[in-house]
Design a protein around this ligand. Structure first.
Ligand code: ATP
Length: 688
């Protein structure tokens, strides 16, 4: 293997790509999902060789990303057989590993270990704060990276069929987070060789707990799904009763939209594997307390695919009564509230893996009680936790550390390892950021219309192609903005159907309808709120408009992260008024840091003079803003309007009447030209 290929693989074309490994989807994927890998490319002659014997001419042309040919299924359940030992991929030496991790800006830190814990307990008598304990125990690690997806099979014991499903989805080059953490999650003993593990005083043979912090759109979903699915396959490979479905993994996500998205991704990876991944819905029963309970199948069940956190007993009963098919999941994806509602005092003894997607929200006050009770309900002693997000505060890390340590069996601590990709809490490099001062609320509407109307000649606004996401501070503001804008799109371009507001007070079916229409490109402007968009992956969102300023640095990162995903570029515009100036520094700093990280020179997104002139934001103000939003936009002050709704409707009706009259005239001219009049039925159509 050539280290140059490892370091520069984001920029190098793959020679002789076998057509069987790529499907149509790959054509639409960016060729380079790397964020930082291509930045510091070294010349070939400077690179150390891994194995001189393997650098013959033939080896130079070795298709780095090609996967081994899929094995033929041997039986109908398509269960995996114990792995055949394939050609071993040689381990990189520590210097090479360090270089790759540095190039891709990957930093692994051990947040806990047995010895550290003992010293900490002693120390804690003097200095008993969790923060100082956590700080004391941090150490850097250099695990083996994944140099190509093909290594999943050859080096990390991934099932051939799972590897084949990954290839079929067109995934060819691992992103940074995948490159860094897949080996560690799949095969920790191999990723951290025994010498390094003993130096760090950790044992990895019984798995690890993991915190993954990587930019938005960097492929964290695939990253937690692959190890989850693979460990299920491997564990069951030797089972006599391979057909049994036992709930072994739970993935928790904050919204039903995200649950649905994860299930969809999971389904693509589990095709033909005999693994059932199910999204939890209201009324669903899951196998708790070790009792096998029938679970309705997510796909075959009639009705809405999304659940509702506030399901009533009546709804539950009627739903259960009308269920058509039942099944049991191997992997359950759920929102915290719904799962906890089902659990009450029941336990989930068979669950070995708990994944928290958007972990910082999941462990925020919004869901903390529910998540902790789910965590306690998972009573298996080998339960391993992974927690993922693009932003993660230190209080979340401390919370996770405290929780996992409290469950460690005596004398057998399980390491908690954290990976940070790039700089923590920054936006992805390929986004252009712009702060736009609009002075007043009216000014925002004016600025938004300039973006919406393509004929605008104002170049203070970046050119933004459709589709666009527009964020507001609250549901009331999203609805008000929708009411204001719904007549802005001309009828001939689809009128109000092109614009929608998505928020949690809508019904399940309305929410999933809007998401599907937005995915299908039927909706061009989607007005929404922070929580609803967490983790959502819409291909081709070209721009994000923060109509109301985000209420925290994390909110900014996640909002703008709906564009510029998987290596694509995007635009983010943030409006601010006089009322926002006191809060702006936090956002301006995130933009400045993100631009610096992206290697952008000068004052592209936010001029230095602006940052310097903005007032400092106190901790108290930050907290207040995060919890309550900007005061002048709360409650009844949430109104957004340039005219009264009545005036807007009147204007729209007038416009419609004029359009209709024009059409009738044209139709009449055409009919007269054909020499015939209209018959009754034609008239009735137009008059309706
Ligand atoms: N190795 C890869 N090569 C190309 N595309 C990839 C790769 N891995 C993931 N993707 C694609 O990148 C997109 C973003 O992935 P995903 O939604 O998992 O990001 P994320 O890191 O979870 O983002 P967020 O923090 O916003 O939740 C998806 O469309 C996914 O299919």
């Amino acid at each position: 293997m050539d280290i140059l290929k490892v370091l520069s693989r984001g920029t190098k074309r793959v020679p002789n790509k076998p057509s069987s490994t790529v499907d149509s989807k790959s054509a639409t994927r960016p060729t380079n999902p790397q964020l930082y890998g291509g930045l510091k490319r070294k010349r070939e002659e400077e690179q150390p060789r891994l194995d001189e014997n393997k650098t013959s001419k033939g080896q130079e042309d070795f298709d780095f990303f090609a996967l081994p040919k899929p094995e033929k299924p041997t039986h109908d359940t398509a269960r995996e057989q114990p792995p055949k030992q394939e050609c071993e991929t040689p381990l990189l030496d520590e210097q090479q590993v360090r270089q790759i991790l540095k190039t891709h800006r990957l930093k692994f830190t051990l947040l806990s270990s047995h010895d550290e814990r003992r010293t900490k307990v002693k120390k804690s008598k003097k200095k008993d704060t969790t923060k100082s304990k956590a700080k004391d125990s941090k150490k850097q690690l250099f695990p083996q990276p994944l140099t190509a997806f093909s290594e999943l099979r050859t080096a990390y014991n991934v099932s051939a069929r799972l590897a084949d499903n990954i290839a079929k989805q067109g995934y060819r080059i691992p992103t940074e987070v995948q490159l860094g953490s897949l080996p560690l999650l799949l095969h920790p003993e191999k990723a951290i060789p025994p010498a390094a593990a003993s130096e760090m005083n950790i044992a990895t043979d019984d798995g690890i707990h993991f915190l993954g912090v990587s930019p938005t759109g960097s492929g964290k979903t695939l990253n937690f799904l692959i190890p989850t699915i693979n460990s299920l396959l491997r564990r069951r490979a030797g089972d006599a009763d391979q057909k049994a479905h036992v709930l072994e993994s739970i993935i928790i996500a904050p919204t039903r939209e995200l649950v649905h998205q994860i299930v969809n991704e999971g389904r693509k990876l589990t095709q033909g594997l005999g693994i059932r991944i199910v999204g939890m819905k209201k009324g669903m029963k899951i196998p708790a307390e070790g009792q096998p309970v029938d679970v309705p199948d997510f796909q075959t069940e009639s009705g809405s695919e999304s659940e509702d956190d506030s399901s009533s007993n009546d709804e539950e009963k009627s739903w259960t009564a009308k269920r058509a098919t039942t099944t049991k999941p191997d992997i359950l994806v759920a929102t915290p509230r719904l799962l906890q509602m089902f659990l009450r005092s029941r336990t989930l003894p068979t669950v070995r893996s708990l994944v928290l997607d958007e972990g910082d929200v999941i462990l925020s006050d919004l869901f903390l009680d529910q998540v902790l009770s789910i965590w306690s309900a998972c009573t298996h002693q080998s339960l391993r936790l992974t927690c993922w997000s693009a932003t993660m505060g230190s209080h979340i890390e401390e919370l996770v550390l405290k929780q996992v340590q409290s469950r460690d069996p005596p004398g057998q601590p399980v390491p908690l390892i954290r990976l940070v990709v790039g700089l923590k809490d920054t936006a992805v490099p390929r986004i252009n950021h712009k702060l736009v001062y609009t002075a007043t609320e009216q000014g925002k509407l004016f600025a938004l219309r300039q973006i919406f109307h393509p004929k605008s000649s104002d170049d203070s606004m970046p050119p933004m192609r459709l589709p666009l996401l527009v964020f507001t501070q609250s549901i009331e503001r999203a609805t008000a903005l929708y009411d204001e804008l719904k007549f802005d799109v001309p009828a001939e371009a689809g009128g109000s159907t092109r614009i929608a507001a998505l928020h949690s007070s809508l019904s399940d079916s309305a929410r999933s309808g809007i998401v599907s229409r937005f995915r299908a490109g039927e909706i061009w402007f989607l007005i929404t709120t922070d929580l609803l968009m967490r983790g959502m992956d819409f291909r081709g969102v070209n721009g994000v408009i923060n109509y109301d300023i985000p209420t925290s640095a994390a909110a900014y990162v996640h909002r703008v992260g709906r564009t510029g995903r998987a290596g694509e570029s995007g635009n983010a515009v943030t409006f601010y008024t006089q009322d926002d100036v006191v809060h702006l520094k936090t956002i301006a700093n995130v933009i400045a840091l993100s631009e610096k990280q992206a290697g952008k020179e000068g004052d592209e997104g936010v001029p230095k003079w602006l940052i310097d002139s903005l007032p400092k934001v106190s901790k108290e103000e930050k907290k207040n803003l995060k919890e309550r939003g900007v005061e002048s936009r709360r409650g009844t002050k949430a109104k957004i309007t340039s005219q009264s709704a009545w005036e807007r409707r009147k204007e729209n009706n007038k416009r419609g009447a004029i359009e209709g009259s024009k059409k009738r005239k044209m139709q009449g001219t055409a009919d007269n030209a054909r020499g015939g009049g209209r018959n009754e039925s034609e008239w009735s159509g137009i008059d309706d």
